[in-house]
Write a protein that binds this ligand. Sequence first.
Ligand SMILES: Nc1ncnc2c1ncn2[C@@H]1O[C@H](COP(=O)(O)OP(=O)(O)OP(=O)(O)O)[C@@H](O)[C@H]1O
Length: 417
Amino acid sequence: MSATDDILAAAFRCLEAEPSLRGLGLAVSGGGDSMALLHAMAGPARERGIAIRVATVDHGLRDGARAEAERVARDCAALGLPHEILDWTGWEGRGNLQDAARQARRALLAEWAGRHGLEAVALGHTLDDQAETVLMRLARGSGVDGLSAMSALRREDGIAWLRPFLGLRRETLRAWLSERNLGWDEDPSNADPRFQRVRARTALQELAPLGIAAQGLADTAQRMTMAREALEALAADLSGRALRLRAGAVEIDAALLARAPEETRLRLVSAAIGWIAGRAYRPRLASLQAGLQGAGQGRWRSLSGVMLAERGGRLWLCREPGRAGGPVAADALWDGRWRLDPPPAEAEAGGLRLGALGAAGLAGLPGWRDTGLPRQALLASPALWRDDALLAAPCVDPAGPFAARIVAEFPYPTLPH
Ligand SMILES: Nc1ncnc2c1ncn2[C@@H]1O[C@H](COP(=O)(O)OP(=O)(O)OP(=O)(O)O)[C@@H](O)[C@H]1O
């Protein structure tokens, strides 16, 4: 097969994975990979009756970025495709710039797709990106999850993110563009050795004599994806036998947990932490191991915004009260997970706040012991307040005036209440 066949076959395959697709967004930076995406997807999408829109994010970080975005706009105009430049103005100068830029780009693209009713957005990642990621993750000592492959289709934020070119080489795409006299802009940061990805790219060439090459690393990533699926199935099985959700806390049968292989155990506890504290706060492996060992001694330990302790043959995980955030308006989401259900009527909502029960709230509820929940778990459970007066504590008194609902879904099956 020629490069053109491969590229067009990849474009069609990607559209076939989403048969009901009507509106597709293309994320085009102006670099070689995404310019190939633009030119390769336009025809097949048109053939399938799919409307295409294109967006370029201007991070405002480099002179020349605007001109590159405008070049994409011109190419889109020539193809008859609507194009938009999305501006990122949010850099606060803290943390890792590339990570912040990537996250902001995702958010801007998701917002743009939502605004135009696009069900999917395609990205131009290639096999080379995959291989470089594996090399960088090896440097960090990553496990199965970190070494797993980017997926050709991933649903997140209500959008299907498509990566049609994961099986293709960067040089193939660029040669294809050159043959057609189609241009692209070379982002100068792609040659800046201050970036680890650029160093990984150079290192890959140096590793060739050892037989370490992009294809092999990408194959490893595929194998790791299969391994991850198997491990996820084990964690889901353990969860269904050993784990119960209680008032936003997690209760796990400690004996069953102890008998599970360490990888399964850590995976389950890490998922519980992610569920309680938000996915962004997953702990690192060493802290997780240390936290679990400490919790086994019966004292409450704090880890990634979550308290954990083993009590009476159960491992308990619950929100660390100080990390749950202050109270919010009663119709808002509190601590990323809790909502009143149904929301309060307008007449009663004035001055009403949803927040942690806390020690002050719990002191007025002597019946809390009847719930069978540890005090620690109830401290960070939701309560309804008007000024300083406690109106309801739905986890202590489910028959009371307000019910609270957890909106975040636990990733695995659980035992019934
Ligand atoms: N500024 C941007 N605006 C729109 N989409 C972008 C932008 N930067 C990256 N993308 C999308 O994310 C994909 C991966 O980006 P990344 O910077 O990791 O890759 P790249 O290999 O440099 O790609 P390209 O050659 O297309 O810039 C791109 O192919 C493109 O689809």
